[in-house]
Write a protein that binds this ligand. Structure first.
Ligand code: R5P
Length: 300
């Protein structure tokens, strides 16, 4: 088996370093900066020839910039003789536009996957990306082996221990969150239930319980993949409290947190909002490093 080395793009260097430590494998430093006109410069400080290279690069906040840097680095790795390039993109942006909802719209998920493959990625790891998107025929036709890992066990365990949850129930803020609520609930030995959401605009959602929901006296853990504007989470927290929840803890894998989302969720009545380091943020209490380390161990 080719020897393994881990590299971190500029969005994910601390996480990449943690993964290298956990796998007891080589960490190769990448220097990045911008030219005065804003173009990206990157330099790989190590030998990659004949090695399997893991490149960790999340796509939060400035997805275009991080994506471009990813392309430049992967192409260079292949030029420099890397045997295999394994992309780890913990937060995968551009995944929500996976259908042409209106005529003439872009299919960003397809385009980005295609480019990631064509530039030289041999295998890809992402975290908590919508499963139905992953299974799509369109994705399969691109032919990039992709592994969808989950942070939900780590988040569930962290919430249970840190907040000493008693008689907890896990709540999914919409039907898509069923896939995550189920895993978090299983981890902490709780029941789960999901709400129904209708998106009205980029910033506005309408949420309702699917059926009669009695949360009286319960500690409720709400789990979702992303908190972006916070609209989805605010509605879920409000409903949980209205249905009698004693305490509400909100959790997400990717704390994008735009437009004051953290304050909005806390003001809605959540005791805390917790997230992971797929997106470094003030609430990234949980590292996804253990999940990635486990998934890559067979390569080390
Ligand atoms: C949507 O399907 C996702 O699972 C999240 O619920 C959504 O991205 C959260 O966005 P926001 O925080 O803006 O409501």
């Amino acid at each position: 088996m080719a020897s393994l080395a881990i590299l971190g793009g500029s969005s994910s260097q601390p996480l990449a370093y943690r993964i290298a430590k956990g796998l007891r494998t080589e960490y190769i430093r990448i220097e990045t900066r911008k030219f005065p006109d804003g173009e990206k410069y990157a330099r790989i400080h190590g030998n990659v020839e004949g090695k399997s290279i893991v490149l960790v690069q999340s796509m939060y906040h400035r997805p275009d910039e991080y994506l471009m840097e990813y392309f430049l680095i992967v192409d260079t790795l292949k030029d420099l003789g890397a045997k295999k390039v394994i992309g780890v993109i913990p937060y995968f942006a551009y995944a929500r536009q996976d259908h042409r909802f209106n005529p003439g719209e872009i299919l960003s998920l397809k385009t980005v996957f295609k480019l990631i493959k064509d530039v030289g990625t041999d295998e890809l790891y992402v975290i908590d990306m919508h499963r139905h998107r992953m299974g799509d025929e369109l994705m399969k036709s691109i032919g990039l082996p992709t592994h969808n890992l989950t942070a939900m066990r780590l988040l569930g365990r962290y919430a249970l221990d840190r907040f000493r949850l008693e008689d907890p129930v896990v709540l999914g803020p919409d039907e898509e969150a069923e896939q995550w609520a189920r895993i978090a609930a299983e981890e902490i030995g709780a029941e789960y239930v999901c709400l129904v959401k209708r998106r009205i605009s980029d910033r506005e959602v309408e949420t309702r319980p699917r059926r009669e929901l009695d949360l009286r006296g319960k500690d409720v853990l709400i789990v979702d993949d992303i908190v972006s504007t916070g609209g989805t989470m605010v509605n879920a927290v409000t409903i949980a409290l209205k249905q009698g929840a004693k305490r509400v803890i909100a959790a997400c894998t990717h704390p994008i947190l735009v437009e004051n989302a953290l304050v909005k969720v806390l003001e809605a009545g959540a005791e805390a909002l917790i997230g992971t380091d797929t997106v470094p943020s003030p609430i990234s209490y949980v590292s996804v490093a253990p999940v990635i380390i486990d998934a890559l161990r067979h390569l080390a």
